[in-house]
Ligand binder design. Structure first.
Ligand code: NCD
Ligand code: ZN
Length: 348
């Protein structure tokens, strides 16, 4: 196949940051996707509808001229989130999910939740409002191995929560293991999972190829080859519980190439192209449209887009860096070949 036309896709999990960083990365996402679920983990987390409204305005103001892109806002759940805030968010109309970061699990998660048991009123309000819970599913317990954190969280925390609130919509975000694939596939109705391009394309060996590779470090961390294969099988399966969420998470070069480097991979410059590579590797490009453009919209009860994008089979070399405010951003595949390219002029 040399070209592939599909309904315009959405990114159901992205980090757009703020200020100069936002201005640097937003055009990449807006060029490909019609909408994106925007993560709330700014240095001052987006914990209220009022903060989400301000952030949404800044995103819209940073859009390139002529772009048709809708940021779908999220709230950052804390120990002190109230049911009233959920009702406010629902009434506002532009908040599409509430993000659960276990405290300390990842970048800017210090304000996250320490005890799910204390938030019953909030989960009940979300359940009745039809407000999805977006989960960074990793245990932060000190004794849990970094490669087991997802499994432990799903089994010990998320499974009981899903039982206690049987009508709560839940997205297990950026799933990374065969265990999480089974969890989502076998769960009750209303539970879905997003999958990143890096977890479809790499196993954890990528972190250590010839030396330590900070640009392959993200959370949840890359897992074993059998996990990658299970994720790829889920993505191409046509099961609507699995859909696209890049988790593109830019950090300035110095923050990655450091003695204590940040977690996060920047993939937004080639997001759809990377998914196309993964689906092509499994001989199922025909399943990309459902995964990228249908199932997420259906889960979030939003209309599928009316327009289309076209990918062409064409080699190009990703730049070594992009501008990123006063610094530089090293993209995934920096200086390396990417074998698909979004056709120019595909916009609405
Ligand atoms: C994200 C970030 O940098 O904000 N990093 C990452 O590795 N994915 C946070 C997150 O989603 O865990
Ligand atoms: Zn993320």
């Amino acid at each position: 196949m040399t070209s592939l036309t599909l309904r315009r896709p959405d990114d159901w999990h992205v980090h757009l940051r703020d200020g100069a960083a936002l201005a640097a990365v937003l055009p990449f996402t807006a060029a490909q996707f019609g909408r994106a679920i925007v993560m709330p983990n700014l240095s001052v987390p987006i914990t209220t509808t009022a903060l989400a409204e301000g952030y949404r305005s800044r995103i819209r103001a940073a859009l390139p001229k002529g772009a048709h892109f809708e940021p779908l806002m999220t709230l950052y759940l804390t120990d002190s989130t109230t049911a009233q805030e959920i009702d406010r968010a629902k009434a506002a109309g532009f908040v599409h999910g509430v993000k659960l970061y276990p405290a300390g699990a990842t970048t800017h998660s210090n304000a996250g939740v320490t005890d799910l048991g204390r938030l019953s009123g909030v989960f009940a309000a979300m359940e009745s409002a039809g407000m999805p819970l977006l989960v960074h599913g990793e245990s932060t317990a000190a004794g849990v191995d970094v490669f087991d954190r997802e499994q432990v969280f799903l089994d010990q925390e998320l499974a009981p929560l899903c039982t206690r609130f049987p009508g709560l919509k839940v997205v297990v975000e950026h799933i990374t293991t065969a265990h999480a694939v089974d969890f989502v596939r076998g769960a009750r109705a209303g539970i879905a999972g997003t999958i990143t391009p890096q977890h479809l394309l790499h196993n954890r060996n990528a972190l250590f190829t010839g030396g330590i590779r900070p640009h392959y470090y993200c959370l949840p961390i890359l897992k074993r080859e059998r996990d990658r294969q299970a994720l790829l099988a889920a993505a191409i399966s046509g099961n609507p519980r699995f859909f696209l969420g890049t988790d593109s998470a830019p950090h300035e070069r110095g923050a990655k190439e450091s003695a204590c480097g940040c977690a996060g991979m920047f993939t937004a410059h080639a997001a759809l192209e990377l998914y196309a590579e993964a689906f092509e590797s499994a001989a199922h490009l025909d399943r990309l449209e459902g995964f990228a453009s249908h199932f997420g919209a259906d889960f979030y009860a939003l209309p599928r887009h009316a327009d289309q994008v076209t990918l062409v089979k064409q080699n190009w070399t990703a730049p070594a860096t992009y501008g990123f405010g006063a610094g530089r951003l090293v993209p995934y595949r920096a200086g390396e070949n990417i074998s698909w390219r979004l056709a120019k002029g595909a916009g609405p």
